[in-house]
Structure formats: C-alpha cells, structure tokens
Design a protein around this ligand. Structure first.
Ligand code: ADP
Length: 184
C-alpha cells in the first residue's frame, strides 16, 4: 500500500480518494493536475506551455510532463511511498513510469481503477466548477480518457495488482472499500 497509482475518468473522485489514502498512510499525494495547475498559476515556462492543452481538455504533451513527474518522485518525501493521481494517462507515460520506478527500485504496489459512469462524471465535474469544467470540455476529456487512458486498465491488469473499485457511491463508502481492498 505504499506506492499506489489511481486510474479512472476525470471526476471519478481520484483526487479525493487519493488524498484520503495518502493522509492515512502519511505519504505524499502526487497529482499531476495539481502540479500543472500550480505551474500555470505561477506562469512558469512549463505552465505557459501546458495551459492551452488543459483549457481544451487535451493531455499535456509527454515531453513537457515526464521530467516534472520524475523530479517529483525523486524528492526525499517520496522515498517512503506515494499515491499517484492523474499519472500515467497514456501508454507512453506508463512505460516511462515503469522504467523510472525500476531504476529507483520502487515498483508500484497497487493500481486502483475507480469506476464511475459518464453521467456521474459530468454531474460531479459541473458541480466542481474548475476553469476546465464546462460540459464541452468534460465530454472531450471523457473521450481522451477512453482513447488514451482506459487502455491502461488492460496494461496494468497484465503487470500489477489491479483493483477495481466502484466509485459511484458516497465518499466514505468508496474510502472504506478502498481500505478494505488494499490495507490488510
Ligand atoms: P481530472 O482528472 O478531473 O481531469 P486533473 O487535475 O487530473 O483532473 O487534470 C486536469 C488536466 O491536466 C487534464 O485535463 C490534462 O490537460 C492535464 N493533465 C493532468 N495529468 C496529466 C497527464 N498525466 N498527462 C497529460 N496531461 C495531464
């Protein structure tokens, strides 16, 4: 349970559950969306380049993102474990991550697939009201998820401990199911 990857569509509740789990285990919650939004807010070189992709609901190009993730995973606080949220989001990122974790001898322990139907995703994200949370962008993010990220479920089911959790329930119920599945 020390190194957990969260998969699932936008608005599945990955952020909420990943944060609860990270706090419970006292390890960092590493969310690429949060890192990217901070870069945009600070108008760093990376942030300026990532912004247009995020506003459209497209994935930020791998070449902008991979170094940022590697850097974060190599910080001292990540040595005891982490909960990764929003990364990997395509096969190139998954292969990069596997290679990186192999090099630093920290393979992931679990991959959680948080399953939520499209209608719930749309309702939840519209309520959230983030800058990229309008219905057109959300539908586009769902398409991007289906095309690029969903294949990772198959990818990880062949490699890691993949655990599917029904995310279409109240926060506490999902959290309880998650703990039961991975904390023994
Ligand atoms: P959500 O999961 O609700 O869509 P995130 O905060 O995870 O929200 O992501 C917001 C946006 O940040 C994405 O739509 C995408 O543009 C960008 N992003 C986050 N993680 C990645 C990633 N691993 N690869 C490419 N782009 C990413």
């Amino acid at each position: 349970m020390r190194r957990t990857i969260f998969l699932g569509p936008p608005g599945a509740g990955k952020g909420t559950q990943a944060k609860l789990l990270a706090d419970f285990c006292q390890i960092p919650h590493i969310a690429t969306g949060d890192l990217l939004r901070a870069a945009v807010a600070n108008q760093t070189k990376l942030g300026k380049r990532a912004q247009e992709y995020m506003e459209r609901g497209d994935l930020v190009p791998d070449n902008l993102l991979l170094g940022m993730v590697a850097h974060r995973l190599e910080e001292p606080d990540a040595a005891n474990g982490w909960v990764l949220d929003g990364f990997p989001r395509n096969v190139v990122q998954a292969e990069f991550l596997e290679e990186l974790l192999g090099q630093i001898n920290q393979p992931s322990d679990w991959v959680i697939d948080l399953e939520v139907p499209d209608e719930t995703v749309i309702a939840r994200t519209l309520k959230r009201g983030r800058a990229d949370d309008n219905e057109v962008t959300i539908r586009h993010r769902l398409e991007v998820y289906r095309e690029q990220t969903a294949p990772l479920i198959e990818y990880y089911s062949q490699r890691n401990h993949l655990v599917s959790i029904n995310g279409d329930r109240p926060v506490e119920e999902v959290a309880a199911a998650l703990k039961q599945a991975i904390i023994t």
